[in-house]
Design a protein around this ligand. Structure first.
Ligand SMILES: Cc1ncc(COP(=O)(O)O)c(C=O)c1O
Length: 375
């Protein structure tokens, strides 16, 4: 069994290999490998055009980007975030000494439940960090109202949401700023990489300094900074990927539609839905298994898929509040996180992307069908 024979979630999209290699050759010829080189600038300009946003600042990864964004926004004390997210959302805050306060998510949206936020606000709350889970936008309008009411910034972890929209405007334009991941598993990858977008020029200038040690000129440092820069080879990969984004999304959508077709007649399972009114990247094929009525365990299905060389994933399980260090920090059993608990035991991420073909999808769905009907 080679790595190539495995069907797995998050297999990287590559884009045009010749284009990437020719950019890499140019970078090597130029010997300008990092520090806001021309490929990083080209990547950032192309992103601004694609998202219709004023500022796009590439960062070495999204976790560092979340840290820089929070620091630039003056976040301290506590921030309200969903517990149903990848651990990096919480870790980025905790790393800065900011306490993540976990809020439950909506059963249909899988996004932070705006009706449960106000109960968590107190004098230490300095922000709300929403996550556009699976690329489906948070209830941005309501979060904005809460942000104004309590005079605290709202910003977004948009790691899943490149190429997605809210009310027809591209994600990247909302809140004080938004953070994307270009990790290898994402719709667009720069090997490792991250991005902060904002329409606030003062914030952009602060982030620009912070990602480069606080430098404003040779030997001149204006404030505390870190090394958050993206290198030229990463930007070349990101740019190559971005040029193919329409192709990637079309393939993801075709895969999603095929999964839907095969799974629609199988009881107890349901794919998450993407509304027809917005743009989505269709990168996440998320299956909900009704474990109560089917009396089947999600983890058993995952093991059967794994034994058939299909590396489906438990995204995201358990909720952040059950992982360290959060598990022991507060008595989270007193918080109402019941939707997070349910989703983290019921969801399965199935393989998607350029390297999956129709036969693979038929095989995966047939294994799921056999699993359900064999009971
Ligand atoms: C929701 C979410 N936030 C943050 C991250 C962290 O991204 P990165 O690996 O670029 O640091 C990820 C990565 O998978 C993610 O899914």
């Amino acid at each position: 069994m080679s790595f190539d024979d495995l069907l797995h979630v998050g297999r990287p999209n590559l884009g045009n290999r010749e284009k990437f290699l020719s950019l890499v050759n140019e970078i090597l010829d130029r010997r300008w490998l990092t520090n806001q080189g021309p490929v990083v600038k080209m990547f950032e300009n192309t992103i601004c055009e694609y998202l219709g946003v004023k500022h796009a600042l590439t960062i070495c990864n999204a976790t560092t980007a979340l840290e820089i964004a929070a620091k630039a926004l003056g976040i301290k004390g506590e921030v309200i975030i969903p517990s149903f997210t990848f651990i990096a959302t919480a870790h980025a805050l905790q790393w800065l000494g900011v306490k993540p306060i976990f809020c439950d998510v909506g059963p249909r949206t899988h996004n932070i439940d705006p009706t449960k936020i106000e109960a968590l606000v107190n004098e230490n709350t300095s922000g709300i960090l929403g996550v556009h889970m699976w690329g489906r936008p948070c209830d941005i309008e309501t979060l904005q109202l809460l942000s104004s009411k309590y005079n605290i910034p709202v910003f977004y972890d948009a790691s899943h949401a490149f190429g997605c929209s809210y009310k027809s405007n591209m994600i990247g334009n909302f809140g004080s700023c938004e953070v994307f991941s270009f990790h290898a598993t994402k719709i667009i990858n720069s090997l490792e990489g991250g991005l902060i977008t904002t329409n606030d020029s003062r914030l952009a200038s602060k982030i620009d300094k912070m990602r480069n040690f606080g430098f404003t000129d040779f030997d001149k440092v204006d404030e505390l900074g870190i090394n958050g820069k993206m290198n030229e080879i990463s930007a070349a990969m990101g740019l190559t990927n971005l040029e193919c984004i329409d192709e990637f999304i079309a393939k993801n959508k075709a895969n999603y539609d095929l999964y839907r077709k095969y799974l629609s007649s199988i009881p107890y399972v349901k794919l998450i839905e993407y509304s027809a009114e917005e743009y989505f990247n269709y990168h996440y094929i998320i299956l909900y298994l009704d474990t109560v009525n089917s009396k089947r365990s999600r983890d058993e299905l995952i093991s059967i898929l794994h034994s058939n060389n299909i590396l489906a994933r438990r995204y995201f399980s358990p909720g952040c509040h059950r992982m360290m260090p959060y598990q022991t920090m507060t008595d989270y059993s007193r918080l109402d996180l019941r939707v997070t608990e349910l989703l983290s035991e019921s969801l399965i991420a199935l393989p998607n992307g350029q390297s999956i073909d129709d036969d693979d999808i038929a095989k995966i769905c047939s294994i799921i069908n056999n699993f359900i009907s064999s009971h």
